[in-house]
Design a protein around this ligand. Structure first.
Ligand SMILES: [Zn+2]
Length: 470
């Protein structure tokens, strides 16, 4: 709020100088901003599982209209409701600061696993409980409530930039019903100069010698996804009592084992080495030396790296077996066909063709064929320029001590569509998340602390101030 009033005073001062008019009260008169916890609770109560986003979208869009934002509904279907809500109409053509959030949530799982019913939005113990509370409804609430105090200011002062909440569908199912449509069909209309979406968060316990210091990972890059299948090529089938040397299920199983057992090469992405270098300043001894020169030491700690799933996901191309099937038959019948599917995640610098060559070499002793089911084009990392620094400094306004480091996101999210289109996109939930809270994402008892909501709103408010001053 401190920063909000700073910008307002600045703009009002500017108006006084240029027009000689009386300044009027900066605080929107008579318009009550929604209470963050109440709003998050109501929003969580609308079960917007992917494919059923419309009701939640209409709820949020309605609220935006009520508070004077300019709403543009891009697509309006039960499974693809996408809208922006902006300080100025999009046809003002102002360069747009876009806060992106997704409307959809993953299914809640068995209700018995929850302390409070998953779509109750219960407020208890200083938290809002329910599916989507963290992913991604808290973020949407923070972003919206940071924008609303600017509505009146924007109406009276010609601010240099527009600010939009962009709410999209289908993030959890790959973004085809949401962010992809926006980028492919409405990018020019939205006119984003920067996008702030989801990605990293603030975590404690990362630094060995200063565990209480929160470290915020501000997402600038992400791995990309490659779905691969291998299928048996041998025609052999027949009776299970006389197995041949090569038959479909055996070939696929052996090739699969070879793939899963292959030791992945350790690659230190620039994003990872930079983050570790920054973190090393808060470390001592051997840890400090290793973190400072991870490009040198990393490959020497191969076993350690590969045995830690989280570290391995940041330093290697990973391969997970996600499906293994064969033709159904009698138990004594050798199936004529078998197939395995792998979810591969590639580091940003990995060349896909070379990766596929590598896979082909590993499975070459076996009678199998490989095919790419789906691959995403690489998205360039967003640079750590003014938009990165604006978020970094805004975090410091609220979390003074925190360390902010660039972050490589190991899954995929909607930011990639914008990065591919050349729009800088940064991924961060501006909240300090305990391990317990992190574990509740996509699981039981998802919940978000109310005080973290307030802090997040302050971060986004501060961010708007900083960007407007550019
Ligand atoms: Zn999410």
């Amino acid at each position: 709020m401190k920063m909000l009033s700073k910008l307002r005073s600045l703009c009002l001062l500017f108006m006084l100088i240029t027009t000689g008019q009386q300044a009027y009260p900066a605080q929107p008169g008579g318009v009550d901003l929604p209470d963050p916890a109440q709003l998050l609770s109501r929003y969580v109560q609308i079960p917007s599982v992917s494919g059923e986003e419309k009701e939640a979208g209409e709820f949020l869009a309605g609220l935006c209209r009520e508070h004077g934002l300019h709403v543009r509904v891009f697509t309006d279907a039960p499974d693809s409701y996408n809208f922006s809500a902006s300080l100025y109409p999009l046809d003002s053509r102002k360069p747009n600061i876009v806060f992106m959030t997704h409307l959809d949530v993953v299914p809640a799982g068995e209700p018995e696993g929850w302390t409070y019913p998953p779509f109750s939005g219960t407020i208890a113990d200083g938290m809002v409980w329910g599916r989507g509370a963290i992913d991604n409804k808290a973020m949407g609430v923070m972003q919206l409530l940071a924008i609303l105090p600017y509505v009146e200011l924007a109406a009276s002062v010609d601010l240099p930039y527009n600010v939009s909440l962009l709410a999209v569908s289908g993030e959890e199912t790959g973004g085809d019903k949401g962010a992809r449509i926006i980028v492919e069909e409405f990018l020019d209309e939205l006119n984003p100069m920067v996008v702030y979406g989801e990605g990293g968060a603030g975590l404690t316990g990362l630094l060995g010698t200063y565990p209480e210091l929160p470290v915020f990972g501000l997402g600038v890059a992400q791995k990309r996804r490659l779905f691969l299948a291998i299928e048996s090529r041998v025609a052999a089938s027949g009776h299970g009592s006389v197995p041949r040397e090569r038959y479909p299920t055996r070939e696929v199983v052996n090739a699969t084992k070879a793939l899963l057992d292959a030791r992945p090469k350790i690659t230190i992405s620039p994003t990872v080495s930079e983050a570790l270098l920054m973190m090393s300043a808060h470390e001592r001894g051997v840890r400090r030396s290793i973190m400072r020169r991870i490009d040198f030491y990393g490959p020497l700690f191969g076993r350690f790296v590969r045995n830690d799933p989280l570290i391995a996901s940041m330093l290697t191309n990973t391969i997970s077996l996600t499906s293994l099937t064969s033709a159904e038959g009698a138990y004594n019948q050798i199936p004529t066909h078998s197939r395995a599917v792998f979810d591969c995640r590639l580091l940003p610098e990995t060349d896909e063709a070379r990766f596929l060559d590598h896979i082909a070499r590993i499975i070459s002793p076996y009678e199998v064929d490989m095919q790419v089911i789906q691959s995403g084009p690489p998205a360039p990392a967003s640079e750590q320029g003014i938009f990165y620094r604006a978020m970094e400094e805004s975090l410091h306004d609220v979390f003074e001590e925190a360390l902010v480091v660039p972050f490589l996101f190991v899954a995929i999210n909607d930011n990639r569509f914008f990065r591919r289109a050349g729009v800088p996109a940064y991924g961060l939930l501006p909240a300090i998340m305990s391990e317990e809270l992190m574990e509740s994402i996509h699981y039981f008892d998802e919940r978000f602390p109310i005080d973290a909501l307030h802090k997040g709103i302050a971060v986004y408010g501060s961010l708007i101030d900083r960007l407007m001053a550019l």
